[in-house]
Design a protein around this ligand. Structure first.
Ligand code: ATR
Length: 282
């Protein structure tokens, strides 16, 4: 391999299922940039070695996925304000000789809502289902854009309350309500503008969190961050009630596009990235 070719990639365990390599390589080829994007299968015990060898392997940037988004932090020189707020990193790049940890997940989600569904969260009532790592990134990005209210619904109520506390730390004025899944009927569903599923329900099975869809306003947008070859059951249920939907590939595309710009300093060629992703999924 010629010396000038730089290496990018996604680091995770497992990582073989990731669509990031095909998406990023299509973008790199489109712009004729001297990079190759790989999948790095790194087990937790081997993280230190991976980080130590970055420069000798000619790696100049990488994405981070499960289970390393938090444990990578002590190995980095600097965090962006987003990564600091979220306590998690999905993008690492070299800047002036320092390894910088960033998080493009939350803003990638918002960008996808805007570009793909023409939806802005400002002054809207939002329901977020789930309170795990993915929910945290989305909730913090949403909370920074002045929605009217946020409901967090989670199977384990205590985790929803922890996330509520974190959000109130960055936006004291935002009304944040927490409910367990059993209390789902307490929401005034007809007032909700956006429902986001961040739980892993629907990832491996044909199941879905049950929403009283009949009570929803006809203009409600329904989003699921799980991406599967066909629409998730959650989105199919919403479609049955003629609600608008926002599929999970959107967040994957836009978090990737934001990361691409950090890695290369070039504007991401979105059309080719989207086409490549959809070819894999549809
Ligand atoms: P991620 O980082 O991908 O968000 P996670 O941190 O494990 O993954 O979070 C998974 C989310 O899916 C959690 O909100 C989890 O609910 P709990 O906090 O109660 O564990 C939710 N989840 C997973 N399986 C679920 C199920 N069968 N029913 C309801 N919620 C579920």
């Amino acid at each position: 391999m010629p010396k000038q070719i730089k290496i990018l990639g996604v680091m995770g365990d497992p990582v073989h299922h990731s669509l990031s390599p095909v998406m990023h390589n299509a973008a790199l080829a489109k712009l004729g940039l001297p990079f190759i994007y790989k999948a790095f299968h790194v087990k937790p015990a081997h993280m230190k070695k991976f980080v130590k060898n970055l420069q000798s392997e000619n790696i100049t940037g990488f994405n981070v996925t499960i289970p390393h988004k938090e444990t990578i932090i002590p190995f980095l020189d600097k965090l962006t304000p987003e990564a600091k707020k979220m306590g998690a990193v999905n993008t690492v790049y070299l800047k002036k000789g320092l390894w910088v940890g960033d998080n493009t997940d939350g803003f990638g989600f918002l960008l996808s809502l805007k570009s793909e569904a023409h939806f802005s969260v400002k002054n809207r009532n939002i329901v977020l289902i789930g309170a795990g790592g993915a929910a945290r990134g989305i909730a913090l990005a949403v909370a920074s854009q002045h929605p009217k209210s946020l409901h967090i619904i989670n199977r384990t109520l205590d985790k929803a309350k922890l996330l509520q506390k974190k959000i109130q730390g960055i936006n004291k004025k935002l009304p944040v309500y927490t409910l367990s899944l059993d209390e789902i009927s307490k929401v005034s569903w007809h007032q909700i503008n956006l429902i986001i599923n961040t739980t892993s329900v629907g990832l491996k099975s044909n199941e879905a969190i049950k929403i009283p869809w009949r009570q929803c306003h006809p203009e409600t947008l329904v989003s699921d961050i799980v991406y599967t070859k066909v629409f998730t059951r959650f989105l199919r249920d919403a479609k049955k009630f003629k609600l608008k939907i926002h599929p999970g590939w959107g967040m994957l595309l836009y978090q990737g596009a934001l990361a691409f710009e950090k890695f290369t300093g070039k504007k991401a060629p979105l059309a080719i990235m989207k086409q490549t992703l959809l070819e894999q999924l549809l």
